[in-house]
Design a protein around this ligand. Structure first.
Ligand SMILES: C[S@@+](CC[C@H](N)C(=O)[O-])C[C@H]1O[C@@H](n2cnc3c(N)ncnc32)[C@H](O)[C@@H]1O
Length: 297
């Protein structure tokens, strides 16, 4: 599985809506997304179970490391989930503020580390911080679940606003063709319902799980690289760079073993590093990472 290891996609539930915080009542998150993370899928395990998750984790850390400000700095991790990256950055000596709308993730992040400076419920579209509060912003998840462009640009603008001018905003997106790759890799191409979902993803990026099969994630948006770049620019971020996180790691037939073996892992990561900026391969990765630089309002 390319997107979320095995068990990428979660069941489709009735589309009930729930607010995430009283102060941002205008921002609602579809109930099936909350249901996915609260009950159907344990996000805390994803990056540690098998080769796919490990490659995403190792590569994301490597890419984020290149943009890290000097220690100690203030970093906001927006949509941080169970806090894997927030705990890592905290251990490196940074003051990390973790925001996520899922109560279970907030509890899991607190269990993962006592030292994360702030761990709070919140929504990427409305951050409860003044302008210029942070030396870096991470947003590795919210864009997956904001299917309206206006919401995505709003979330990116908020990340820019709370980040000091000239500092980096690092954003992850799921690639438009990730589910098509996944169909072949997992063999679910033989299942017509899954094929129909992936074919729809390819058309406009809006991913809706019309089955009750938890392998097929939940309501999401899958980006084309050029659209992601434009969204960051429209949010006022400059100098946008695009990088492939996993690139074509899925082509390795022995990914689990390769990642477990230090020498083979080094060779794999070396290859992925060489491919990360190859524009023609950006459509073949699971996740895209975009980095832009904050400007003032
Ligand atoms: C696949 S998880 C990624 C978690 C973590 N950042 C990582 O990369 O491992 C996506 C995260 O986005 C969060 N999310 C979804 N919608 C959001 C929103 N509107 N604002 C902030 N976070 C959101 C989810 O709760 C979830 O924790």
């Amino acid at each position: 599985m390319i997107l979320l290891e095995r068990g990428v996609f979660a069941s489709a539930w009735a589309l009930h809506i729930c607010s995430v915080r009283p102060m941002a009542a205008e921002h609602e998150i579809p109930g099936e997304i909350i249901q996915h993370y609260e009950e159907d899928y344990d996000e805390a395990e994803r990056l540690f179970s098998g080769g796919w998750g490990q490659v995403e984790l190792l590569r994301t850390k490597e890419l984020v490391s290149r943009y890290l400000p000097e220690t100690p700095s203030r970093i906001i991790d927006i949509g941080a989930g169970p806090g894997v990256y927030a705990a890592w950055l905290t251990d490196l000596g940074h003051e990390v503020h973790l925001i996520d709308p899922v109560a279970r993730h907030i509890e899991q992040a607190k269990e993962r580390s006592d030292d994360i400076a702030v761990v709070e419920i919140g929504d990427a579209r409305s951050l409860d911080y003044p302008n210029d509060s942070f030396d870096m912003a991470l947003m590795l998840g919210p864009l997956y679940h904001l299917i309206e462009r206006e919401d995505r640009v709003r979330a990116l603008s908020e990340a820019r606003r709370v980040t000091k001018t000239g500092c980096p905003v690092v954003v992850a997106a799921i690639n438009r063709f990730a589910s098509a790759i996944d169909l072949l890799h997992s063999g679910t191409i033989d299942e017509p319902e899954f094929r129909a979902i992936a074919e729809r993803d390819m058309v406009d990026g809006v991913h809706l799980n019309t089955t009750e099969d938890p392998r097929f994630f939940t309501t999401a948006y899958f980006h084309r690289a050029e659209d992601l770049e434009r969204e960051l620019s429209d949010a006022g971020l400059t100098g946008v760079e695009l990088l492939a996180v996993e690139s074509i790691a899925w082509a390795a037939p022995d990914l689990d073993e390769r990642v477990a073996d230090p020498e083979k892992r080094r060779d794999l990561l070396d290859l992925l590093r060489k491919l990360e900026r190859e524009e023609t391969l950006l459509a073949a990765t699971g996740h895209l990472l975009a980095v832009g630089w904050a400007t003032s309002d």
